[in-house]
Design a protein around this ligand. Structure first.
Ligand code: CTP
Ligand code: MG
Length: 231
């Protein structure tokens, strides 16, 4: 089942506290976003890659794409103020296709098998997103005091990729924009159109490189994968 992937890469990485876009930080000598790009370059079901980038970083990113031979990149869109704006710019730029996958460039450890299940589910039902069951006990806190312990059995931590039929996500992104609605993921934009969104169980390794400690976890994941390959 083929798909086009849209990768928002136009953030600034404030929480990473580096002096540049966190995606350019290196893990074992390779910038984070290239690990992400390589997953899709290697996936035979991925037809095309589109990136949202900041104008002043475009040349640098294009150079890396050439140097690492990421031949599936078909275009770039101008990143916006918020992640949602960056994703919409990509969605408006890509040629119409069957299924679109939206994936944070900052999640380099996504599993190929999860991608496949997402695409299949989105093809069949319209919308499917990656997530993992919550492991910790979750409580609601008001003014420093517990007000409620939430039933964990129904809670999932949501990740990307999020997969959609092209026409559905384009419509949802444009409707949100016209209504001035800001969501924290793409699924929210589809949910508000009362469209059902399916969940596909992902892996706990699919972390988003967000704060400096994620660099430590990221290196550990890469090391353990390397050891697996050498077995
Ligand atoms: N992103 C984007 N355009 C924005 C903001 C974010 O394309 N205006 C991208 C980031 O580059 C990242 C993904 O969206 O790949 C997820 O966002 P996040 O992890 O929040 O990254 P940043 O916004 O860069 O980090 P921070 O929120 O800490 O500043
Ligand atoms: Mg952000």
């Amino acid at each position: 089942m083929n798909y086009t992937v849209v990768l928002p890469a136009a953030g600034s990485g404030k929480r990473m506290k580096a002096d540049k876009n966190k995606l350019l930080l290196e893990l074992f000598g390779k910038p984070i976003f290239l690990y992400t790009l390589e997953v899709f370059q290697r996936d035979p079901n991925c037809d095309a890659i589109w990136l949202a980038v900041k104008e002043h970083e475009r040349e640098l990113i294009e150079d890396y794409v050439t140097r690492y031979n990421i031949t599936k990149v078909q275009g770039y869109a101008a990143g916006g103020m918020e992640r949602q704006d960056s994703v919409r710019a990509c969605l408006e730029a890509i040629p119409p296709c069957g299924v679109v996958l939206v994936h944070d460039a900052a999640r380099p450890f996504i599993d190929r098998e999860v991608i496949e299940r997402l695409v299949k589910t989105a093809q069949a039902s319209g919308a499917a997103i990656a997530g993992v069951p919550v492991k910790d006990t979750i409580k609601k806190v008001e003014n420093g005091i517990i007000s409620e312990t939430v039933d964990r059995n129904q809670l999932w931590m949501i990740q990307t990729p999020q997969a959609f039929r092209y026409s559905l996500i384009l419509k949802a992104a444009q409707a949100a924009h016209n209504d001035g609605f800001m969501g924290t993921d793409e699924a929210m934009l589809v949910e508000r159109l009362n469209y059902p969104v399916a969940i596909v169980e992902s892996t706990y390794e699919n972390i988003k490189m967000t704060t400096p400690d994620d660099l430590i976890y990221g290196k550990a994941i890469l090391e353990s994968r390397l050891q697996e390959e050498q077995k």
